[in-house]
Design a protein around this ligand. Structure first.
Ligand SMILES: *Cc1c(COP(=O)(O)O)cnc(C)c1O
Length: 356
């Protein structure tokens, strides 16, 4: 499919492309969009000036939540090359989400080509500052013009880009986590493994309460027993216990993070023993009392890793790694951020050159 490109004449005034960039507020000049209907499949692929999307008020995305998204980043290396980190994984996951939400699949290679073409046009928006990057947000929404609880017959896929400052302004900093025992994020058989819009709306109240009580994020427990650890905020979670890496297995209720998968591979390369299994909050309490938890961290595209300094579970407070970033957490952060910018050997072929 051909991509029709319409460039805007009145280019936006760019904000300073550095660490001061807020998350998700400044968008680039253009976006990619394409439409789907049953007769033509995906069609009308174009790169156009960034602008609002007109939607029928009955569109299913607005009422029944047929909406999915992805999040990834591209970086500028020292040599000026623009680099993407495992972008094909995001397109694969978008299709997994689409399948779960009864939405049409996209051609992953075509979507990657479209993304790379868009980034080339917006190359001037990719920060050179190592404390910033370009965040990529592909998404798909149901656009039908009728109400009724059935899959839409029309959809829109789009990619928008925004330059963002790195999560950390002055080195990675530990966070305070509230163990959520009342609300749950997902259950097996539900949609927890998909990056669908509704999964996030349901977490906001919990997050707001946690912040009001002086916490940064919540730790989610499983929906059935309220006992097994799932994720932390919108990140996967890992523990270093007795020199082993323990992380919940992805069994349907957990979002299979690309950062998670990459970190597990690096840890295996470094010779760590990895246990992907159910870990209960009671087990965590026990190993904490025995002094065996060395480090804990969340991981995801936004921050790469977030060290957990304190975990509050009911009346009990677990203080971890002396409230600082653990040694291994720091090593992972350094390795992943260097890899993403083409500064260390890419043994697994994860880094793709978007443009020179
Ligand atoms: C996106 C996301 C993650 C992290 O996934 P990455 O691919 O590493 O960015 C983890 N948990 C949830 C709930 C998410 O939405």
């Amino acid at each position: 499919m051909e991509i029709k490109t319409t460039l805007r004449q009145d280019l936006k005034q760019k904000p300073p492309l550095d660490a001061t960039l807020p998350f998700g507020r400044h968008f680039t000049d253009h976006m990619f969009v394409m439409d789907y209907n049953v007769k033509d499949g995906w069609h009308n692929a174009c790169i156009t000036p960034y602008a609002p999307i007109a939607l029928d008020p009955a569109a299913s995305a607005l009422h029944y939540g047929q909406a999915i998204f992805e999040g990834m980043k591209v970086f500028k290396g020292d040599d000026g090359k623009v680099l993407a980190f495992r972008p094909e994984k995001n397109m694969q996951r978008l299709n997994k989400s689409a399948e779960r939400m009864c939405m049409p699949l996209i051609d992953e290679n075509f979507a990657l080509d479209a993304l790379f073409k868009l980034i080339k046009i917006e190359k001037g928006w990719v920060p050179s500052d190592p404390a910033a990057s370009l965040y990529i947000h592909p998404f798909m929404i149901a656009t039908c013009d009728a109400l009724g609880l059935a899959p839409s017959d029309t959809y829109k896929f789009a990619i928008i880009l925004c330059p963002v400052g790195s999560y950390y302004k002055g080195g990675i900093a530990p966070v305070r986590i509230f163990v959520e025992e009342e609300f749950v994020r997902a259950v097996r058989g539900g949609t927890g493994f998909a990056k669908c819009a509704g999964n996030y709306a349901g977490t906001m109240l919990s997050q707001r309460r946690a912040v009001a009580n002086g916490f940064d994020q919540v730790l989610w427990l499983d929906g059935v027993h309220r006992e097994f650890i799932e994720e932390v905020g919108a990140m996967n979670v890992m523990f270093v216990i007795d020199n082993k890496i323990v992380t919940p297995q992805t069994g349907g209720s957990i979002l299979p993070g690309i950062t998670r998968e990459s970190i597990l591979q690096l840890l295996a390369d470094w010779g760590y023993k990895i246990e992907e299994r159910a870990i209960s909050i009671k087990e965590l309490e026990k190993v904490y009392d025995e002094g065996k938890i060395q480090e804990a961290f969340g991981c995801g595209t936004a921050a790469v890793v977030t060290p957990i300094g304190e975990l509050v579970y009911g009346e009990k407070t677990f203080k971890l790694a002396n409230g600082a970033a653990g040694e291994l957490t720091q090593r992972i952060y350094d390795e992943v951020t260097q890899l993403q910018r083409g500064k260390c050997e890419d043994k697994h072929g994860w880094v793709k050159i978007v443009c020179n």
